[in-house]
Design a protein around this ligand. Structure first.
Ligand SMILES: NC(=O)c1ccc[n+]([C@@H]2O[C@H](COP(=O)([O-])OP(=O)(O)OC[C@H]3O[C@@H](n4cnc5c(N)ncnc54)[C@H](OP(=O)(O)O)[C@@H]3O)[C@@H](O)[C@H]2O)c1
Length: 329
């Protein structure tokens, strides 16, 4: 099969298109023919090992997972002998950031993990980016216990995580102020944002509104800047560690005092979460944004684009255009 292989940490050019053997599913695993995947910030983080600490998970000197790609949509092509819930030909999508493997024509993963059948209203290319931004947003919104009627600010609302967060917070019935640049204002309104702040014209930390939850989905602010905008029990979450990893320290200390606090939830994803996101997609309350599409051969270009930190939503890699069109799904 064709696969994008990375045997060392480094810039986008370390990944190479190669012909390798198809992965064989274990007894409890399914083999998936991948029709679409994404290049996202999680792939970039694991490929570059920019934060040294990540190497304790991904391999100290060289990558443990030689094929990246965590999101996928495709079709079950083989099953292990103990698999009961999936059959060859089932159309599926999901997420795997423990073994990765979606930057290839075939991947395997455990039947019980974050995989389910395709939503009935999206193509494979549209379904591939459901989970990465979606599950980070879901974890943080759940940690902040967002409720109907609350006032929430989302910075970096045009990214994969931010754009999922806008839609999920609206689904929960809260008010959303989205912070993005001029070109994405109308897009944010179309996702349901009640107010939009154009960060090229206004510093959101100087607004006179107050919020129950400030979610910095792009990690550009600090708790010190945002504290004054939070209500008495307001919560601040950033997707980045912050200067000198301050957000970790603040997440350990601020909850002790009982007022405004920082949280730093460890993201997780389960099959139940994937099914939940699928239900939101099918009821048209969540749809991942797609910025650009690339082929597997163009993956280095895709990485370079994603690493600019300026994508609007997601960057999709399509592997089998013909099959995507033929399914009509
Ligand atoms: N280390 C990891 O494994 C990992 C995994 C996932 C995510 N993350 C982190 O999570 C963050 C978000 O990821 P993502 O995939 O959602 O991001 P993304 O898709 O790369 O998008 C970032 C978005 O933020 C906007 N933006 C840039 N500068 C901004 C600013 N100063 N104020 C407001 N918006 C701004 C960009 O649009 P414009 O430039 O057009 O404004 C872009 O749409 C990133 O910081 C990423 O590093 C890390």
């Amino acid at each position: 099969m064709r696969a994008i292989v990375n045997t060392q940490y480094g810039p986008p050019e370390v990944v190479k298109l190669m012909e390798i053997d198809k992965p064989v599913p274990k007894d409890n695993e399914v083999q998936i023919m991948v029709y679409a995947t994404t290049v996202n910030r999680t792939d970039c983080g694991f490929r570059s090992a920019e934060y040294f600490i990540s190497r304790f998970f991904s391999g100290l000197f060289r990558p443990k997972n030689k094929i990246l790609g965590n999101e996928f949509a495709g079709e079950i092509s083989a099953t292990g002998k103990n698999v009961t819930t999936f059959h060859v030909g089932d159309k599926v999508f999901g997420y795997n950031d423990t073994k990765f493997g979606a930057h290839a024509e075939y991947m395997t993963m455990a039947e019980k993990d974050a995989i389910t059948t395709m939503p009935d209203n999206l193509t494979f290319a549209e379904a591939a980016p459901i989970c990465e931004g979606g599950h980070y947003a879901l974890c943080d919104i759940r940690a902040a216990k967002v409720k109907s009627g609350q006032n929430v600010l989302i910075n970096g609302a045009s990214g994969a995580i931010g754009s999922a967060a806008v839609q999920l917070v609206k689904y929960l019935g809260a008010q959303v102020t989205a912070v993005c640049d001029t070109k994405n204002i109308e897009l944010m309104k179309s996702l349901g944002a009640d107010l939009v702040i154009d960060y090229t014209k206004q510093d959101f930390t100087k607004t006179d509104q107050s919020f129950d939850f400030i979610f910095d989905a792009v990690g550009k602010s600090s708790f010190a800047q945002c504290k004054k905008l939070l209500n008495k029990k307001g919560i601040y979450i950033s997707t980045e560690l912050g200067k000198n990893s301050a957000n970790i320290f603040l997440a350990l200390t601020t909850p002790v005092f009982g007022g405004r606090k920082v949280l730093f939830p460890i993201p997780t994803i389960s099959k139940t979460d994937v099914i939940f996101l699928k239900e939101l997609v099918e009821t048209r309350r969540y749809k991942p944004l797609i910025d650009r599409k690339y082929s597997l051969e163009q993956i280095v270009e895709a990485y370079k684009y994603v690493e600019k930190g300026q994508k609007t939503g997601n960057v999709v890699i399509t592997l089998t255009e013909l099959i995507i069109k033929n399914t009509g799904s």
